[in-house]
Design a protein around this ligand. Structure first.
Ligand code: NAI
Length: 247
């Protein structure tokens, strides 16, 4: 599964699943450009990527909802790294509440980061990939986007949107040898899920056939596969990494 010397952008690469993806790609020999709103954790991820064997790892402070900043940052990456071969759209947030109580602001924010951010990053990165007639786009969706989840109207809609966007991206870019696939994590142990009340965690665990929460590394393995040469003939697919929760 080679990603040697490929240039990979990982959004939300500061911590959690994004960090695990960046480190996994680094271990495969990829050059890694991290993008996150948080600078401090990104510096740590850069260190981990270098230790894992990445020939080049850099951090870029970026909000994925900022259209202009995306254009500039990707231009800077292309200058510094020489190409953009892999884009992992991982940055994501939650603002959970029951539908009847959900504030419009919470809806807008989650859709802006999770869905619009993925679109904006894809639009800009795909230009570089199409020009070089090679590219891999891997979007991080969620089982909430496949099966729905009470309390996550905004989040599940954004992630279902990511699935649709992935399939359209796959269709539009296939002729230029650019693939687009999505990984849908289930219940993964990160800062995002650490804040959930114990009762919610218990309930989720009861619905996981493999009887454990996933690790960020479990997700990273699937992403690394889609990003590699081994997945050359796979596009438009969604794979759940969820211990069997949704099947
Ligand atoms: P996390 O909260 O630990 O990390 C998310 C990262 O994204 C943070 O470093 C954060 O600073 C960054 N980020 C947030 N907004 C941003 C923005 N506007 N621009 C750039 N970076 C931004 O979350 P976690 O758990 O690592 O999640 C990563 C992805 O996996 C998300 O897309 C999430 O929706 C998805 N996911 C997570 C699951 C879980 O159980 N943890 C389950 C299913 C999906």
């Amino acid at each position: 599964m080679s990603v040697t010397d490929r240039v990979a952008i990982v959004t939300g690469g500061g911590r959690g699943i994004g960090r695990a993806i960046a480190v996994r790609l680094a271990r495969g020999g990829a050059k890694v450009a991290l993008m996150d709103v948080l600078e401090e954790p990104m510096a740590e991820t850069v260190k981990l990527c270098t230790e894992a064997g990445s020939p080049l790892a850099k951090a870029y402070k970026l909000d994925v909802t900022d259209e202009e900043a995306i254009e500039k940052t990707l231009e800077a990456v292309n200058e510094a790294f020489g190409s953009i071969d892999i884009l992992v759209n991982n940055a994501g947030i939650t603002r959970d509440d029951l539908l009847m109580r959900m504030e419009t602001r919470a809806w807008d924010l989650v859709l802006a980061v999770n869905l619009k951010g993925t679109f904006l990053m894809t639009r800009t990165a795909s230009r570089y990939m199409m020009r070089q007639r090679r590219g891999r786009i891997v979007n991080i969706a969620s089982v909430s986007g496949l099966a729905g989840n009470a309390g996550q109207a905004n989040y599940s809609a954004s992630k279902a949107g990511v699935v649709g966007l992935t399939k359209t991206t796959a269709r539009e870019l296939a002729a230029r040898n650019v693939t687009a696939n999505a990984v849908a994590p289930g219940f993964i142990r990160t800062d995002m899920t650490d804040v959930l009340p114990p009762a919610v965690k218990e309930k989720a665990l009861a619905n996981i056939p493999l009887r454990r929460m996933g690790e960020a590394e479990d997700v990273a393995e699937a992403v690394a596969f889609f990003a590699s040469d081994a997945a050359a003939y796979i596009t438009g697919q969604v794979v759940a990494v969820d211990g069997g929760m949704v099947m």
